[in-house]
Design a protein around this ligand. Structure first.
Ligand code: UD1
Ligand code: UDP
Length: 377
């Protein structure tokens, strides 16, 4: 089987990493990795290939940053050329970025079956480019890999053929379980930035609907100044750009706010693991917080990761200053509750990637990946 894997953004390299490692172990699938170049700074891309010992992408389209339509269309025309030359048996796209949609759309138009990893999640928030990308890709796909019953049900409600869905756990859980011990041994990030275990909060922020809107971004940054603990803030390049554009750097001058460049995966796992609380608007980090048993506050009005909320280990606080501050204080005053509870992971046992690779091959070999399998000639 000839499989093309298409990605382009930081979380995609992480969620793909255990799949790529498992693909290396099977001689029955030849895989090629096409990187769109959506993320290009070495700390947003190259570092993950090095740290996770992944083969460098076979092709990099170097699309880089621009407006949504322009970025996506550049990706589509580049991907189409390659797919026409290479004619793979299937294309695998992870997640919900513009690279995901571009990969799915290009392949489906060429009648190449699309496999969507992390499909079926819904925020029902149509301000989010991710909601659009994920919905559209789901409806272009021939194999839809879901991480939970919630995602599977969403797909069934939208009329997706049941036999096209494959439910396992989450490959980000696989990745973090595979790398947690390595991170503990290798990373010296806590010493490098002079923070002690469980004596800081960890913050990430990058969603368009938070950081591109001045009032929301200001409200979040104001809240940081009302929190007494140290806050480690590896700042996403989008956020850095917007803080400079809005000229609001002064919110980050408080010495308790330790602003650093984005870090590699191993350093980030170590930062997550030893944080007292994680504050984030990231999708992936909500699941990683649960996996590492750290309480989380999500700086969004909704989440696709409902199980984290239902378990009581994640709370939505939006971008509202008072909700963020009271959310932090509530967790700190109830910290023993989190230390003593059972953290049963709803996103799998860390072995999902193995099952996914086996299932792709089995569906391919039995003709069940073919896009014309339901057409009577
Ligand atoms: C993208 C995804 C988002 C995902 C996030 C993960 C879309 C629509 N968005 O958002 O779903 O959660 O990645 O991090 O696909 N930039 C750099 N260097 C880089 C990459 C980006 O400086 O290597 C800066 C540029 O100023 C760029 C901005 O970040 O304009 C945004 O990058 P872009 O890839 O468009 O979106 P993200 O916010 O990274
Ligand atoms: N991450 C990282 N370094 C950082 C911040 C995040 O390695 O400085 C990793 C993190 O462990 C997770 C992924 O990046 O696996 C999350 O990506 P991001 O928040 O950019 O995207 P999202 O998950 O929201 O799409």
């Amino acid at each position: 089987m000839k499989l093309f894997v298409i990605s382009g953004a930081r979380p995609q390299f992480i969620k793909l990493s255990p799949i790529l490692q498992n693909l290396n172990l099977t001689s029955e699938i030849d895989y090629y990795h096409l990187h769109t170049g959506q993320h290009y700074d070495s700390y947003m891309s190259e570092v993950f290939f090095e740290e996770l010992d992944l083969k460098a992408p076979d092709i990099n389209l170097q699309v880089k940053s621009t407006k949504h339509g322009e970025q996506t269309s550049k990706m589509i025309s580049g991907i189409e050329e390659i797919l026409l030359q290479e004619r793979p048996d299937a294309v695998l796209v992870p997640g919900d970025t513009n690279s995901t949609l571009a990969g799915g759309l290009s392949a489906s138009k060429l009648q190449i079956p699309v496999i969507h990893l992390e499909s079926g999640l819904r925020s029902y928030d149509y301000r989010m480019p991710e909601e659009i990308n994920r919905r559209l890709t789901d409806h272009l796909s021939r194999m839809l890999i879901t991480t939970s019953q919630t995602a599977t049900k969403n797909l069934l409600n939208e009329g997706i053929e049941e036999s096209w869905i494959f439910q396992t756990g989450d490959t980000m859980v696989d990745a973090i379980l595979r790398n947690s011990e390595r991170a503990e041994t290798i990373s010296s990030i806590l010493e490098d930035i002079s923070v002690k275990k469980k004596e800081y909060l960890l913050l990430t922020l990058h969603r368009q609907e938070n950081v591109d809107i001045k009032e929301r971004l200001e409200s979040i940054l104001t809240s940081l100044n009302q929190i007494e603990q140290n806050i480690v803030f590896p700042m996403h390049p989008r956020t850095k750009k917007m803080v400079e554009k809005f000229d609001i750097q002064s919110y980050l001058t408080n010495e308790k706010i330790i602003t650093i460049d984005p870090v590699g995966y191993l350093d980030f796992i170590k930062l997550e693991k030893h944080a007292k609380i994680i504050l984030t608007d990231s999708g992936g980090i909500q699941k990683e917080a649960l996996t590492l048993e750290v309480p989380c506050l999500t700086l969004r009005d909704n989440t696709e990761w409902l199980e984290t909320i239902e378990m009581g280990v994640n709370k939505l606080v939006g971008a509202k200053e008072n909700l963020i501050v009271s959310g932090v204080n509530d967790i700190l005053s109830n910290i023993s509750k989190y230390e003593n509870m059972s953290w049963k992971n709803p996103y799998g046992d860390g072995l999902s990637s193995e099952k996914i690779v086996k299932e792709i091959l089995s569906r391919y070999n039995s003709g069940n990946l073919s896009i014309s399998s339901n057409i009577m000639l």
